[in-house]
Write a protein that binds this ligand. Sequence first.
Ligand SMILES: *[C@@H]1O[C@H](CO)[C@@H](O)[C@H](O)[C@H]1NC(C)=O
Ligand SMILES: *[C@@H]1O[C@H](CO)[C@@H](O)[C@H](O)[C@H]1NC(C)=O
Ligand SMILES: *[C@@H]1O[C@H](CO)[C@@H](O)[C@H](O)[C@H]1NC(C)=O
Length: 536
Amino acid sequence: MEMLLFRAFLAACALILLLVHAQEPGFISIDCGANSNYTDSQTGLYYVSDASFVETGISSSVALSYQSDSLEKPLWTLRSFPEGSKNCYHVKVTEHGRYLMRAYFFYGNYDEKVTPPKSFDLYLGVNLWDSVVLGDVSTSIFKEIIHVSPSNYIDVCLVNTGSGTPFISSLEFRPLRSTTYVTQSGSLMLYKRMNVQPTTNRTIRYPDDVFDRVWMAYNNPDWKQLSVVYIYDVDSNTDYKPPQIVLESAGTPKIASDPLQFSLSTPDSTSQLYVYMHFAEIEYLSENQSRRFNISLNGGLNGNFSSEPISPCYTCATTFHFPSVFIGGHCDILITKTEDSTLPPILNAVEFYLVKDFAQSETDQVDADAIKNIKSLYKIKDWQGDPCAPQEYLWDGLDCSFNGSNPPRIISLNLSSNGLTGEIPPHISNLTMIQHLDLSNNSLTGSVPEFLSQLPFLKTLNLSGNMLTGSVPVELTERSQKGSISLSVEGNPNLCASVSCGKKRKKKKVVVPVVASFASLFTLLAGLAIFWRLKM
Ligand SMILES: *[C@@H]1O[C@H](CO)[C@@H](O)[C@H](O)[C@H]1NC(C)=O
Ligand SMILES: *[C@@H]1O[C@H](CO)[C@@H](O)[C@H](O)[C@H]1NC(C)=O
Ligand SMILES: *[C@@H]1O[C@H](CO)[C@@H](O)[C@H](O)[C@H]1NC(C)=O
């Protein structure tokens, strides 16, 4: 009996391991506010608690009434950020990796105030990704973007814009093929992704979609549904790999001679749009049947574009996208059958993305590394994401210079009255553009380091009110006397600040004998004088 139980236990363990390993490589699924990791029963994906990705915020659960099977498990908990204007998740990813990133937001009355925040901003690193505008208590929304990460981490930040406490329910990263969703510039913000005239109204995602794209059912009143009759196994030979279930149905015009017409309004006339259309022949065509069509894009600044005829093959996927970005406020797509085609056009699925140009650069790497070292040294939790950017939310106590698209530089650091202990951090030596440094009214010990005198642009140095010892480096005192630096060192009882003690320390060997010989000369002269007077 015990043996049997043990075997059952082993089998269960193996199953769990299998589920864990069933995870697609590179998928990162973070359940914000969750206190443990689990495999989501709906998607089979392994979600991890957000504890190791974020330093701030408060974990909460949505109201009990929402915690049921009708709500995806990752949305049951969330993390809110009542403090600080900018709070960030720091996630390790593959450098230069192309990721589909998605953030979910579901309020669910977690704070029992029955009032979701009006809006807050979502940042990808130093750049605005989108504003999160919440509707009512029980509506979930998500933001999705396809982004190539320039470094081996991605910071996702929530910014309080004064319209309510920001929160986040889940955060997901899905690696994509580098050959797909390539843009001339910028990242791709999801606008619409549609499963056309579907056989099911349910939203499709992983495991149906290997990249976990979310496909919404779309029914056009002027179109009718075509769907597979025979057992169908799509060869997704395209890198886009649209899911089989999405390809198994398509829209076709109700009147066979009509084109499939599709209109989409973009946010404004400067919007840049990328369109991806997915096709797979659904009907088994006899020899005298054919389906061929052109795709054209009308209007917009790009003028008209018309594709070569497309003839989707049976049980295999074809992905079509326009060769360049479409710019304009209104996008009209016509899919028209060619003259020699016996069958009307079809469309199985379509995706629309808006280009998001990320122009702000991150803080200079050496500056950023130095200040992040200081942050971890003093465990300053309010310091989140990039130090200088976005400019409106730079770290408290910092000031930076911004010069066009160049990386911002740190020009001022003020850690006055922060309860700092230990020695003056050596990392400050790497803040080479710094002009103002205020470390006053702390409990710093040790000596005043020489490197402070080598910071070329330093204009203000306030070290007053600490417990520093030794003497102030001569160069600093000299710069202060010349007026090129404003130096404050008072209130350090064991620190010698006069030039002479700095000199005594540094140039002892040279100075002392000279002083001594002067002294002896003086004594000699005085002695001679006395002798001479006595003689008189
Ligand atoms: C540093 O901040 C304190 C207040 O916290 C302020 O009194 C002081 O003037 C600041 N120092 C500089 C150099 O701006
Ligand atoms: C010195 O710092 C403490 C906190 O560390 C603060 O309470 C006090 O007001 C500060 N004094 C001055 C003169 O800034
Ligand atoms: C200063 O920056 C260099 C280059 O990034 C680094 O190697 C060095 O360790 C840094 N020094 C300090 C004291 O942080």
